[in-house]
Design a protein around this ligand. Structure first.
Ligand SMILES: Cc1cc2nc3c(=O)[nH]c(=O)nc-3n(C[C@H](O)[C@H](O)[C@H](O)COP(=O)(O)OP(=O)(O)OC[C@H]3O[C@@H](n4cnc5c(N)ncnc54)[C@H](O)[C@@H]3O)c2cc1C
Length: 441
C-alpha cells in the first residue's frame, strides 16, 4: 500500500473541489486531490465527442466577471485571460412569433409579453417589485402558489416556468417563493453592469486554469484515484484511503474536504460518526435530475446567436446553438444545438417517454430538422451521482460536518441565492477561510 501525508485531502476534482484545492495550495497548504475519473472538472468541464465539444453539465459563467469560479482563478493568480464572449440575447417564441429578450429588464419584458392588458402587467410587476425591494415572499409556499395568488394568467406562468427551469433548474412548483426571489435578487446584484460569459472551448479553460494553479503551487491531483474510506478517530478526521489502478493509497491529513455531496461523505466515513439529526438532514437533501439532448445539423436551425425559449412545447424550453456563439465547438459546416429537458418530477421519470417528448417538441419547433441533415448526436441523463443539482434548496450549514475537520463543498451546500458552479466557487472560498482560521501551516 502506498502511503502519503499532507495538510488537506480534497475528494473529487469537480469545480467545488478544484476551487478549494487551488485556494489552499496557493495559501501554502500541502493539498492532494483525489479524482475517480480520468479527467478533472466533473460537471463543469467540457469533452470532445466525434469532433464536437460537449459540456458535462455547466454552460457558462452565470455571474459574468464576478462569477466566484472566475474570481478564484484571479485570486490564485491563475490564467484567467482566456477569450470570452457575452451571451447574446435570446428570443422567446410565443404563439409562433419570436421576441428578442433584452439583457437588462428581461423579467419585466416577459411579464409585459404575457399580460392580457396593461392593468394585469402593472399588477404582476408591482407584486414582484415588492418581493425584490421590500420583503421576499415566504419559504412556506412554492413560487407557483405565490404567482397564482397574483394572477391566473397561463402565459405569464409558462414564461416564468421556462425561465426558472432553464436558468435555475426546478419548475415553479418545485421551488419555494422565497428561494427563487433570493436567486433572482443575488443574480441581478452580482451581474449588475456585466453579462453572462462563455469562454472559447466552453468552461474547459477555467478547469485547466485551476488544475495548473494547483500544480504551480505544489498541489497534487491524482486521477483515477477513488476515495474508498474517510478515516475518523476520536471524533476527528485523520485521512483517506483510496484506490487507483496501481493499488491502495493511504493518505494521512489534518483536514478532509469532500466534493462528492454530504450523503456520500457520510457513507465514506461511516454513519456511526455523525449525530442522528445530521444524518437525517442529509438523507432529506433533495437532488434534481434532468436530461439533455445534443442535436447536429448542416447549418443553424434558427438564425440568431442567442438561445431560443419555447413555451408552446410540451416541456422543452431552451434550445441553445452553442456553435453560433463559438463556431469551433462543431466541425466545419456543422451546427451543434443543446436542449435541456426537465422531467415533471424532480427525480422520477421514464427516460423513454422523456425522449419521445423531446422528439415531438423537436419536430414541432424545427419542421425542417430532417431536410437540414439534423441528427441526434447524444442524449444524456443527469441523475444519481451526476445530477443537475445535488440538492435544492441547498444546505450551507452542512459544509462543516459533526466530524472535526471534515468539510463538504459542492452544489449540495451552496449559500442561499447562489446556484450551480458559481455557488460551488463561493462555498469553496468560505470553507478555505475557515480552514485558514483554524489550522496554521
Ligand atoms: C445541464 C446542466 C447545466 C448547468 N449549467 C450551469 C451553468 O451554466 N453555470 C454554472 O455555474 N453551473 C451550471 N450547472 C451546475 C454545475 O455544473 C454544477 O453545480 C457543478 O459543476 C457541480 O460541481 P461539484 O463540484 O459540486 O460536483 P461534481 O462536478 O459532481 O464533482 C464531483 C467530482 O467528484 C468525483 N468523485 C465522486 N466520487 C468520488 C470518489 N469516491 N473519489 C474520488 N472522486 C470522486 C466525480 O468524478 C466528480 O468529478 C449546470 C448543471 C447541469 C447538469
Amino acid at each position: 500500500m502506498e502511503k502519503k501525508s499532507c495538510d488537506v485531502v480534497v475528494i473529487g476534482a469537480g469545480i467545488g473541489g478544484l476551487c478549494t484545492a487551488a485556494r489552499l495550495s496557493y495559501a501554502g497548504y500541502k493539498t492532494i486531490v483525489l479524482e475517480a475519473l480520468p479527467y478533472p472538472g466533473g460537471r463543469f468541464t467540457w469533452l470532445e465527442h466525434k469532433g464536437y465539444k460537449i459540456k458535462c453539465g455547466a454552460h457558462w459563467f452565470m455571474y459574468g466577471q464576478r462569477d466566484p469560479v472566475l474570481l478564484t482563478i484571479k485570486d490564485v493568480h491563475g490564467n484567467a485571460d482566456f477569450e470570452m464572449k457575452p451571451l447574446p440575447n435570446p428570443k422567446w417564441r410565443i404563439g409562433g412569433k419570436d421576441h428578442e429578450m433584452l439583457a437588462k429588464g428581461g423579467l419585466w419584458q416577459l411579464i409585459s409579453l404575457g399580460a392580457r392588458d396593461k392593468q394585469e402587467e402593472e399588477k404582476v410587476i408591482s407584486a414582484l417589485r415588492r418581493c425584490f425591494r421590500w420583503r421576499e415572499p415566504s419559504d412556506h409556499i412554492t413560487f407557483s402558489d405565490w404567482l397564482q395568488g397574483i394572477t391566473d394568467n397561463k402565459t405569464i406562468y409558462q414564461l416564468l416556468n421556462a425561465w426558472c427551469v432553464a436558468v435555475v433548474g426546478p419548475n415553479l412548483h418545485e421551488i419555494s417563493a422565497g428561494e427563487l426571489v433570493r436567486y433572482v435578487t443575488n443574480m441581478a446584484a452580482t451581474l449588475a453592469g456585466t453579462q453572462q460569459l462563455m469562454p472559447r472551448g466552453g468552461l474547459r479553460p477555467a478547469v485547466d486554469a485551476l488544475v495548473k494553479a494547483i500544480a504551480d503551487n505544489k498541489g497534487e491531483i491524482l486521477m483515477r484515484a477513488k476515495a474508498e474510506k474517510i478515516v475518523v478517530r476520536d471524533g476527528a478526521v485523520k485521512g483517506v484511503e483510496a484506490r487507483d489502478p496501481d493499488g491502495e493509497i493511504s493518505i494521512e491529513a489534518k483536514v478532509v474536504v469532500s466534493d462528492v455531496g454530504p450523503r456520500k461523505t457520510v457513507e465514506l466515513a461511516g454513519e456511526e460518526y455523525f449525530d442522528r439529526g445530521y444524518v437525517e438532514e442529509v438523507k432529506d437533501l433533495k437532488p434534481f435530475w434532468g436530461l439533455e439532448f445534443w442535436i447536429t445539423s448542416n447549418g443553424p436551425l434558427y438564425d440568431w446567436p442567442g438561445g431560443l425559449y419555447t413555451i408552446d412545447t410540451r416541456r422543452s424550453c431552451l434550445w441553445t446553438d452553442t456553435s453560433m456563439i463559438w463556431p469551433d465547438l462543431a466541425p466545419k459546416d456543422k451546427n451543434l444545438m443543446v436542449l435541456f429537458l426537465k422531467p415533471e418530477q424532480a427525480t422520477e421519470y421514464d427516460p423513454k417517454k422523456e425522449y419521445e417528448v423531446f422528439l415531438a417538441d423537436l419536430h414541432d419547433t424545427f419542421p425542417n430538422f430532417e431536410k437540414q441533415g439534423g441528427e441526434i448526436l447524444l442524449s444524456r441523463q443527469y441523475k444519481s451521482e451526476w445530477p443537475l443539482l445535488r440538492s435544492f434548496p441547498c444546505a450551507p450549514h452542512h459544509r462543516k460536518t459533526p466530524v472535526e475537520n471534515l468539510y463538504n463543498v459542492g452544489d449540495a451546500v451552496n449559500s442561499p441565492g447562489w446556484i450551480g458552479g458559481a455557488g460551488c466557487g463561493e462555498g469553496a472560498k468560505t470553507v478555505v477561510e475557515d480552514i485558514m482560521k483554524r489550522i496554521k501551516v
